[in-house]
Design a protein around this ligand. Structure first.
Ligand SMILES: *Cc1c(COP(=O)(O)O)cnc(C)c1O
Length: 402
């Protein structure tokens, strides 16, 4: 309501005598993460795109992207004219494998995009070492890990830039939204201008005047978060740690109950993850113990039992229907450029195996009472016990599955 009545609905509005919500959220989120700078943006995709542009990644360059993640990671790379190099995941954590990443580096590699997926983190020890050794900037995509910590330090602060999405499904959300973190003042200045048509905040601002000054040191565009969204994020941030802790508590309850259920295991989490967060809870299913049914059929049955959606994990990026690198941006690449983008050239066995055997429960489930965790364990056991009957139902892949 304060945003509504302030008369200022965007950062590109006149300064009204006190910091706008976007600046307040930026400061609060930087402090929350223990980092010098935060720039809010319109989406996670915008944040990744701006990160790549800020690091001067463009045509001719390659960026390492995990083979098992949301399509935006790869499409942001395509959007700046660079080539996504799909790297397989570690079968333990489902995050990008450091060994596979090292092997995928070429003379054209310009950045590593490490996603912290589901309910665990990428190996930040290995990736910060790799980044330093090969002088390749590390972009952390923390869209599924707001507030998580590795060895006591928040994610998004280990690499050159940390990126976040605040889209509807995330644990910190304003419907649509995003943010970038960095400790580097020069990168920060580029990021600020890249998202506001080449403008940056003036200090001190003057009442009744625009707070953005025209700098024009980069070619920017408008990817600014609105005041309404920033106000929502500022309010929601105050509960993030408590909600993450509640979900982590429920996850512990669920993990101990699952020890009693045959054929189901939670994902392993490295001990370096000192504050785990749960975008979703990954269940590894022993397909044989579930009668050889497909993960899609098992997930559908569990969804029916629980009255909430359980999903298989993403399809490997090179099998994902939304990943169409040869259709972007105009599909008139040279033969060589087509070959570099051809998704058939990537081999992602661990990503494929994850899609065959893993399913997820979404984070709102983990805010339920402990008895809800019991219901999940019971539902899984029931579906396993009914595996033979399940054979009669469709084994096909769910249309809207990730
Ligand atoms: C949600 C998500 C994105 C995309 O964010 P949008 O805000 O939808 O653009 C990117 N990366 C990961 C890992 C995500 O989960």
């Amino acid at each position: 309501m304060a945003a509504l009545h302030s008369g200022r609905w965007a950062i590109s509005g006149a300064y009204a005598g006190e910091p706008c919500f976007e600046r307040r959220f930026a400061r609060a989120f930087a402090e929350f993460n223990g980092v010098a700078f935060c720039t809010p943006t319109t989406s996670g995709t915008a944040s990744l795109t701006i990160a790549l542009l800020a690091l001067d990644v463009g045509p001719g360059d390659e960026v390492l992207v995990p083979g098992l993640t949301w399509v935006a990671c790869a499409s942001a790379v395509l959007a700046v004219g660079a080539v996504p190099v799909l790297v397989d995941v570690s079968d333990e954590t489902l995050a990008m494998s450091p060994t596979a990443a090292r092997a995928a580096i070429s003379s054209r590699t310009r950045a590593i995009m490490l996603v912290h997926p589901f309910c665990t983190l990428g190996d930040l020890d290995a990736f910060t070492t790799l980044s330093r050794e090969r002088r390749l900037p590390l972009i952390e995509d923390c869209s599924q890990a707001h507030g998580a910590a590795w060895r006591g330090r928040r994610v998004g602060t280990f690499g050159s830039i940390g990126c976040f999405s605040m889209q509807q499904s995330k644990v910190l959300t304003s419907g649509e939204g995003g943010a970038l973190l960095t400790n580097d003042p020069q990168l920060h200045d580029r990021i600020e201008q890249l998202r506001s048509d080449g403008r940056r905040f003036v200090t001190p601002p003057r009442r009744g005047r625009l707070e953005l000054a025209e700098v024009g040191k980069v070619q920017g565009r408008n990817l600014c978060l609105s005041e309404f969204q920033a106000a929502v994020l500022l309010g929601r941030l105050a509960s993030l740690d408590a909600e993450n802790a509640l979900r982590a508590d429920r996850a512990r309850v669920l993990e101990s109950l699952l020890a009693q259920v045959a054929g189901v295991r939670p994902l392993a989490r490295p001990s370096m993850v000192t504050t785990p967060t749960y975008y979703n809870f990954v269940l590894r299913i022993d397909i044989d113990a579930f009668g050889g049914n497909s993960i899609d059929a098992i997930a559908r049955a569990v969804s029916e039992e629980l009255g909430t959606l359980a999903h298989p994990v993403y399809r490997p990026m090179n099998e994902h229907p939304l990943y169409q690198p040869l259709l972007a941006p105009r599909g008139d690449y040279s033969e060589l450029e087509r070959a570099r983008r051809d998704k058939e050239r990537f081999v992602l066995p661990a990503s494929k195996e994850a899609r065959r055997t893993c399913m997820t429960l979404t984070h709102p489930v983990l805010l339920d009472d402990p008895s809800g965790m019991q219901d999940i364990a019971v539902a899984l056991d029931k579906v396993r016990a009914a595996a033979t009957e399940l054979h009669r139902l469709s084994q096909g892949s769910t249309r809207e599955a990730f």
